[in-house]
Design a binder for this molecule. Structure first.
Ligand SMILES: Nc1ncnc2c1ncn2[C@@H]1O[C@H](COP(=O)(O)OP(=O)(O)OP(=O)(O)O)[C@@H](O)[C@H]1O
Ligand SMILES: [Mn+2]
Length: 403
């Protein structure tokens, strides 16, 4: 393989990053880069500071870089019942699956990520220096160990293509408005206040432009994979406030395959807004012919660590997609809103024709295969927004908007 020829793939990826997305829908660079990374020799490794779990910055022989998160647990290991979302272990396969899910939903805001097996001795230990070197030890069998995993076993990990350096292309870090409390006792305001979105909508940068719709998109992505760990998000500074947030850090997704954490959808059911192109993607997987689970399987089939997901997580995707549509009530008019688990009432909806608005949709206009004759949009018979009340059929107080 000629590394000089391929070296431009890294540049191509960086050059493709725009205000609206990290890469284009039809850009072949991402797949090529992922394929290329599967065998590319590693030349340097160092520990990446920050965060709670071990991650390495990987440098390849052509100068390309990736963020490596090692496998900690087998795929089928579920989040423990008494584990809080913020103490849950991270999963390398969740990082890989999240990239594919984000891409299939048409967001293209997650960093291209693939899985690869590395040889602990040859590809990590031999390249480690300083403090990182001290984290290696020998097992009684005289095998090299790295964070609990010992060679000669190979170590699986996720490799996420590096974004441009933070000094050349600075990013802005934002506190997520629907951040959880990260306390074992306290609840966040949004969990108790049905009017919460009203104040968010009045606050910069959610009061104008695309950002609130992006937060709703992110909540749908997170709900589908069960990720409750969205405390902050980042944007690229030079693109300004009307740019797409990056979908980073999905290590805590795909933890519980048999529980659907509907509260992750709070931005959707409390604000009652949804981007038209997102709705189109969801409907496409809902009406078929291909379900989300099967599209995910196909997309992830080329990953060296396939099968990336434990099958119950695939089934969960289809089940949760229906739940998202029920929350938006796109599916069909139902008399009663279904109850959200945990006693919270769901968003209720009424019939409104969809009016796609190009302006707020710029750059994310997906194909809309078959516009449903009537979209049932989220609304409430109380004055509490879409959230919090059991509603009679066809009330018309406030219709949430598909933008
Ligand atoms: N592909 C990437 N390229 C460059 N920087 C990245 C990339 N992915 C993540 N980062 C940076 O590294 C930081 C840590 O990554 P990440 O959040 O995935 O790790 P973490 O251990 O889960 O952190 P935390 O415990 O803070 O949630 C991120 O805030 C981000 O700024
Ligand atoms: Mn994290």
């Amino acid at each position: 393989m000629d590394f000089r020829e391929n070296a431009t793939l890294w540049d191509n990826f960086h050059l493709s990053i725009s205000q609206d997305e990290l890469y284009g829908a039809r850009d072949p660079t991402v797949n090529r880069l992922l394929q290329y990374m599967t065998t590319l020799p590693i030349s340097h490794i160092s520990q990446k500071e920050g965060g709670t779990q071990i991650k390495l910055t990987i440098e390849f022989i052509d100068g390309g870089r990736a963020l490596f998160k090692p496998m900690r647990h087998p795929r089928e290991q579920q989040t423990l019942k008494n584990q809080f979302y913020f103490t849950d272990f991270e999963r390398h396969n969740a990082e890989i699956a999240a990239f594919h899910l984000d891409r299939l939903l048409g967001f293209r805001r997650a960093v291209p990520t693939m899985g690869r097996t590395v040889n602990i001795t040859r590809e990590l230990y031999m390249l480690a220096k300083g403090d990182l070197l001290k984290t290696f030890f020998f097992s009684p069998e005289k095998n090299h160990c790295f964070h609990g995993k010992c060679s000669p076993d190979m170590l699986e990990g996720s490799f996420a293509v590096f974004l441009p350096g933070d000094t050349e292309v600075p990013r802005v870090r934002w506190r997520h408005p629907w951040r959880r409390s990260y306390s074992r006792r306290r609840k966040a305001q949004w969990e108790e206040d049905n009017e919460y979105c009203k104040s968010v909508k009045e606050t910069h940068p959610y009061s104008e432009g695309r950002r609130l719709l992006d937060i709703v998109d992110m909540s749908i992505l997170d709900f589908l994979m069960g990720n409750m760990d969205r405390h902050h998000y980042e944007t690229i500074k030079m693109f300004g406030n009307n740019s797409a947030p990056l979908h980073l850090d999905h290590g805590r997704g795909f933890g519980k395959a048999f529980h659907d954490e509907v509260s992750i959808l709070a931005p959707l059911y409390q604000c009652c807004v949804l981007r038209h192109s997102t709705l189109a993607s969801l409907l496409r997987f809902h009406t078929g012919p291909e379900r989300l689970s099967s599209a995910m399987l196909t997309s992830m089939a080329s990953d060296p660590l396939q099968p990336v997901l434990w099958p119950p997580h695939l089934a969960a995707l289809d089940r949760r997609l229906n739940i998202v549509l029920q929350r938006t009530s796109i599916e069909e008019q139902r008399g009663e809103p279904s109850q959200v688990r945990g006693g919270q009432a769901a968003a209720a909806c009424t019939e409104v024709a969809a009016r796609p608005r190009a302006s707020s949709n710029a750059g994310f206009e997906g194909p809309f295969p078959q516009r449903p004759p009537n979209l049932h949009l989220c609304q409430s018979s109380t004055r509490q927004g879409c959230h919090g009340a059991a509603l009679p059929r066809r009330t018309h107080t406030r219709a949430a908007t598909i933008l």
